[in-house]
Design a protein around this ligand. Structure first.
Ligand SMILES: *Cc1c(COP(=O)(O)O)cnc(C)c1O
Length: 483
């Protein structure tokens, strides 16, 4: 029997995980050195346990939840690819991990060099002219991009009100639009799951500041009218913004600047590995075309004539700072290492394999699950659970059932134009054998639904906690264990 007690229950008075050397200086009482109002009335209730108990505590905790080091994590749009351990090893080098943002630039030249080169790499990948690594999430990159749009139009003495976003957009897009002081104008999708071109044209006028578009879109499909879309948007003097949170179908194969985009954000924590989830940390650099470079946030990283790196805030048209300091540096190192390790040809095959893997899964699943927009899948696809819903089983139940097979669930109920949506992104890191196991699980779940839907409705049954009341968990947050 495994010991399922929580660590507090394992505590034994005076048990210690470490041996502290004998005191060889005079002892000072706490009340002599700390003012009384800062002292606790009762000692902190910490568990008293041995070192192996602590280690086992954390190891066991680490496998209670699902994570990508355990098995496939097909969370569409979020890109939970495997993170090569070398990224962590290098980001943990003391010279990187212990760096302080107030250190003078002379003694952090190596770190600045990495940031500078990473910017250059992202410019090469996107085809853009200038970049900033400052935004610390995709959503913050979006916000920065929207502020840049605003500044650009203000400089042209224009007060534009609207930003066009497709109905399939990620939720952060309308949020950034409204935070930036604009209103969203929604454009419909056509029957191929792409932007409805006629609807778009009807919504363009000189009050439109720009268009935000995810490419490939959230159905995993390439917006193949992109050049015509960019042309129409530019015709009314508006800018094209690419939500490049997930660049897994783009890197090395095509460049956003060549598709007519003026601004792009890239989630390093999706496309370029880096552990994420549970709220961070992340990095959402943005890159822009030349005419928008003056608006980038300050401070800006520059390389002087002697090859020395430095920060400058001498950008009078800048949108300003997004936050203190320079971004999540450890995440930048991981992305840098990832890109360097793969190189040009490695990046290209990363993209190709991501596309092949998604298409492989789609083809294996298409007889059991409905796939509404199946033409032209790139790195992810959206299956619909409508056939299963007719038998009384929701996409949520299918997602939960997958947990019993040792897989994480796909993203569900997004995008909005697919009923009972299950958005599956296998990423390039998985082997064919893993994909086959995943297919078998989904096919078996479908067979269970056909024979007895109740077998699935109560899933999961084998996880540390069974079906949770998620609304209650959100509304009555209670994170503390009390004896
Ligand atoms: C993840 C994602 C975002 C937001 O990125 P965060 O780093 O989570 O803020 C925006 N758009 C798309 C399409 C995404 O997948």
């Amino acid at each position: 029997m495994s010991d399922s007690r929580v660590i507090f229950e394992k505590s034994v008075k005076d048990r210690m995980g470490i041996a502290i050397p004998k005191l060889d200086v005079p002892e000072i009482s706490l009340s002599d050195s700390i003012s009384p109002e800062l002292l606790r009335e009762t000692p902190a209730n910490l568990p008293e346990v041995s070192e192996p108990q602590v280690v086992r505590h954390y190891v066991n905790l680490s496998v209670k939840n699902h994570h990508v080091d355990k098995d496939l994590y097909p969370l569409g749009s979020c890109t939970m690819k495997y993170n090569p351990k070398i990224n962590d090893a290098l980001a943990s080098l003391p010279g990187f991990a212990n760096i302080h943002p107030h250190q003078p630039v002379e003694n952090v030249q190596g770190a600045l060099h990495i940031m500078y080169e990473l910017e250059q790499m992202l410019l090469k990948i996107t085809g853009m002219s200038a970049a900033t690594l400052q935004p610390s999430a995709g959503s913050q990159g979006e916000f920065a991009g929207i502020l840049i749009m605003k500044k650009y139009h203000e400089q042209n003495c224009e007060n534009r009100k609207y930003i066009i976003i497709p109905e399939t957009a990620h939720g952060t897009n309308p949020a950034s639009v409204s935070l930036g002081g604009f209103k969203a104008r929604e454009v419909k999708s056509d029957n191929r799951g792409r932007v409805d071109f006629e609807d778009l044209k009807s919504k363009l006028d000189d009050e439109v500041a720009g268009m935000m578009l995810t490419q490939p879109n959230t159905l995993g499909l390439f917006e193949n009218q992109i050049e015509a879309i960019s042309e129409e948007v530019h015709k009314v003097g508006a800018l094209m913004y690419m939500d490049g949170a997930n660049m897994n179908a783009v890197v090395g194969l095509c460049k956003p600047a060549e598709m007519g985009f003026d601004i792009i954000h890239i989630n390093l924590h999706k496309t370029f590995s880096t552990p994420h989830g549970g709220g961070g940390p992340g990095a959402g650099p943005i890159a822009v075309v030349e005419k928008l470079a003056p608006f980038l946030p300050i401070p800006k990283l520059i390389k002087d004539d002697n090859g020395k790196f430095n920060w400058t805030s001498d950008l009078p048209d800048s949108i300003g700072r997004l936050h203190s300091f320079f971004g999540n540096f450890g995440i930048l190192v991981r992305a840098y290492v990832y890109i360097k390790m793969l190189g040009d040809s490695g990046l290209k095959s990363m993209t190709r394999v991501a596309i092949i893997n998604a298409n492989y899964l789609k083809n294996k699943l298409k007889d059991a699950y409905k796939i509404p927009f199946a033409e032209g899948t790139l790195h992810e696809f959206v299956a619909s659970g409508v056939l299963q819903k007719a038998k009384g089983v929701k996409a949520l139940d299918i997602a939960k059932a997958l947990l019993d097979y040792g897989f994480y669930a796909p993203t569900i109920y997004f995008p909005n134009n697919v009923p009972e949506a299950m958005m599956i992104e296998p990423t390039e890191s998985e082997t064919k054998e893993t994909l086959d196991r995943f297919v078998s699980a989904l096919l078996e779940i479908n067979e269970k639904i056909n024979s007895d839907p109740d077998l699935v409705r109560d899933a999961p049954m084998t996880t540390p906690v069974i079906r949770l009341d998620e609304t209650k968990a959100n509304r009555e947050l209670d994170l503390r264990w009390t004896p």
